[in-house]
Design a protein around this ligand. Structure first.
Ligand code: RAT
Ligand code: ZN
Length: 417
């Protein structure tokens, strides 16, 4: 490579880095709430440290029995995790590094003083101001929440009128309905829906009434479920009946996508509580048959198993009613995000959404997006360098267009249908 060529690759990378950093992100799936939901909005150093990704890592380094850890206060748990993962060892894992990226971006130095001073800093920050700072530092324009009518903590907020921040948009999460029909039925009955668990047309219509009521009540933009590796479609199961007779017709009626998060094996180690979920390889024939058999529906999909990721991309080439999104959970590490994004760019061009943050704590938006931006910029630069070798010089306007497609534009177009 000549000096001139290598200089132009460096400047290409700088142009892409700059444009990617300036492009606001629409984060299509998080577990965040706007400040109107009060204590449901997690934020600050202790929530960052007790994030379930860090809980599972810390138990590998701590001797404490599970029940003693869970009996401790949030502050005590945060102290234990800090000591195990940041003091006794170098915090090189992605989730640990993320905490440091956040503190650094906020101008805080965790090596100076104790966690106590960090706690004081966050405590002095009002929630609305905190949201502004984080959205600015992460350059995020909107975030999708995860809203479950089955959640006893969340439901009361929807039943009163709370002040809302429109940058936090709703997504209707329906795991209990689809995955545990027998226990969903009494819940639905208690909430005014006249149904039994039989697979009848009348019961399906009542489920549709429930979905329609909640879609309107919360202003949901799409409907969503996470699925275990055992999920099959078509199959003679309540889950399949609910999909065919209620959920998919509902999505068609409201012209909304249905989002599937495939491959989570819940409670592999229940002693870890929320940190105890694992991964299993899904049968993506189910997704193929969903896309093929329901051409009027649109499906957003992400998969947890690395082994499913290539198949998902190939399926998306075959079905334009399928939109792959995100590098979910255990695949959200720089190495895997790089591998997955390169594969998607090479096989799909710009017609996918490389990442969602899955943030549970407001501040995490900063690290999840800073880390993603740098990997996505690297992958994009490589593709543009390949184009340059073929004589096609990409312009700044084109890079800007592509970055905004990847960071929300493509998703919004897919949602519009
Ligand atoms: O990534 C996570 O935080 C997981 O705990 C899950 O919540 C997952 O993202 C999901 O939405 O089921
Ligand atoms: Zn999630």
């Amino acid at each position: 490579m000549s000096n001139r060529e290598s200089a132009s690759i460096v400047s290409l990378r700088q142009r892409v880095d700059g444009i990617v950093a300036e492009t606001p992100v629409l984060d299509l799936h998080t577990h965040l709430y706007d400040p109107g939901f009060r204590s449901l909005l997690l934020r600050g150093i202790d929530d960052l440290l007790v994030y379930h990704y860090l809980v599972s890592e810390s138990f590998r380094q701590m001797e404490i029995p599970y029940d003693r850890f869970w009996a401790a206060s949030k502050t005590e748990q945060a102290d234990l995790i800090w000591d195990a993962l940041f003091v006794k060892h170098s915090p090189v894992s992605e989730a640990c590094t993320g905490v440091l990226t956040v503190l650094n971006a906020l101008g805080l130095d965790p090596r100076q003083g104790e966690l106590k001073s960090l706690r004081g800093w966050f405590a002095a920050l009002p929630p609305e101001e905190h949201v502004e700072r984080v959205f600015k530092a992460a350059n995020v324009s909107a975030v999708g929440m995860t809203n479950s009518p089955f959640d006893d903590q969340e439901r009361p907020y929807w039943e009163q009128s709370i002040p809302r921040d429109s940058r936090f948009f709703a997504a209707l999460r329906i795991d209990p309905l689809i995955l545990s029909w027998e226990t969903a039925v009494p819940f639905l009955r208690r909430n005014g829906y006249d149904l039994t668990s039989d697979r009848t047309e009348k019961n399906a219509l009542e489920v549709r009434r429930f979905l329609a009521d909640w879609t309107r009540k919360i202003g949901s933009r799409y409907c969503m479920v996470s699925l275990p590796p055992e999920f099959r479609y078509p199959a003679d199961t309540d889950t399949n009946w609910l999909l065919d007779e209620a959920v998919l017709p509902h999505c068609r009626e409201f012209k909304q996508p249905f989002a599937l998060m495939m491959g989570v094996r819940r409670a592999v180690n229940p002693l870890l509580r929320m940190a105890g979920d694992g991964v299993g390889r899904s049968d993506l024939n189910a997704l193929r048959d969903l896309c093929d058999g329901n051409p009027e529906n649109r499906f957003l999909a992400t998969v947890l198993s690395r082994e499913n990721l290539h198949e998902l991309v190939v399926l998306a080439r075959k079905f334009r009613n399928l939109h792959p999104f995100g590098c979910w959970w255990f695949t959200n590490t720089p190495q895997l995000v790089g591998e997955i994004t390169r594969m998607r760019l090479e096989l799909l061009g710009m017609s996918f959404t490389p990442q969602h943050s899955d943030a549970r704590v407001l501040d995490q938006l900063i690290y999840k997006w800073r880390h993603t931006r740098s990997v996505v910029a690297g992958a994009l630069s490589e593709r543009y360098a390949a184009l340059a070798s073929s004589g096609w010089m990409v312009t700044d306007a084109e890079i800007r267009r592509d970055a905004s497609e990847l960071f929300g534009g493509s998703f919004e177009r897919f949602c519009r249908g």
